[in-house]
Ligand binder design. Structure first.
Ligand SMILES: [Zn+2]
Length: 270
């Protein structure tokens, strides 16, 4: 172990690549086992120097990487010898890479560490992500037509939905908000299942969704369903029941032109 640590540090001083991520050894994406996991224990598999950052691969992780329409987690990874702040998390060559501006000199491959997720941020993202799914069906219900979602984005304090609609949603906003909050109060479960593509395709079509944007090679699909309200393919993290969203607030609407309406919404706790 000491030999490894010394080798790592001697290379690091030169500002060179320390090692390539050992992606085959990464075992578990803990955030898919339990989206509520705030802390976890892991081992450092590799530390790699990127341009002006360090990338750390662990044997397992609860840090969610950028993707699935959801921003990456932030947080801290520490051992008895040192710690570093995780400022971004990316998937690279199939491995989850935790990026840091600086890492403690004492940390090295083979170290046992504890990962701590910035839970306030993550839980806010989970709430607003589920809110956005819920809202897409609320808009369709109120408009009375299965409008296509042509774009979406999730942020810590808000989400946006772009819908194909050639009129203004303005006059309908308060009704849309009311319908959405009714579903929040019904406290519907949010179920996540992996389905074969064919089955998933027909399942989500009941909720006016399709799998068209998924590459053909994807044959197993992760489906997120707000019970009997809305289901679609999604790689992101969600709350377990709709009441956890808090309350859905429409922040604003705007026309994006060419028959596209944008709604921005927030998940409020008070
Ligand atoms: Zn989603």
């Amino acid at each position: 172990m000491d030999k490894v640590r010394n080798a790592v540090h001697s290379i690091r001083k030169g500002g060179l690549t320390i090692s390539a991520p050992k992606i085959t050894q990464q075992k578990k994406l803990l955030y898919y086992d339990d989206a509520y996991m705030k802390e976890f224990n892991a081992e450092i598999l590799s530390i790699t120097k990127y341009d002006n950052r360090y990338g750390v691969v662990l044997d397992c992780t609860a840090f969610y990487p950028l993707g699935g329409g959801q921003p990456a987690d932030k947080g801290v990874i520490k051992s008895e010898r040192g710690e570093f702040r995780v400022v971004d998390v990316r998937i690279e060559k199939g491995a989850v890479v935790h990026l840091a501006d600086e890492i403690g000199r004492q940390l090295a491959e083979g170290d046992h560490v504890k990962g701590i997720i910035d839970w306030v941020r993550r839980f806010a993202l989970m709430r607003v992500h589920t809110a956005a799914h819920l809202m897409s069906e609320a808009v369709r219900k109120v408009v009375g037509s299965p409008l296509a979602i042509v774009g979406s984005g999730i942020d810590v304090d808000k989400a946006r939905l772009d819908l194909a609609y050639d009129k203004s949603l303005g006059p309908l906003l308060s009704k849309i908000e009311e319908v959405a909050n009714q579903v929040v109060k019904e406290n519907r479960p949010v179920d996540i299942r992996i389905m074969p593509r064919e089955e998933a395709e027909s399942y989500v079509s009941r909720f006016h969704e399709s799998l068209k944007i998924l590459p053909p090679k994807v044959q197993k699909v992760r489906i997120v369903e707000i019970k009997e309200w809305h289901a679609c393919a999604c790689g992101g993290l969600h709350v377990k029941t709709t009441e956890e969203i808090g309350a859905i607030k429409v922040l604003r609407r705007m026309s994006k032109g060419k028959g596209v309406e944008r709604i921005e919404l927030a998940a409020k706790t008070s």
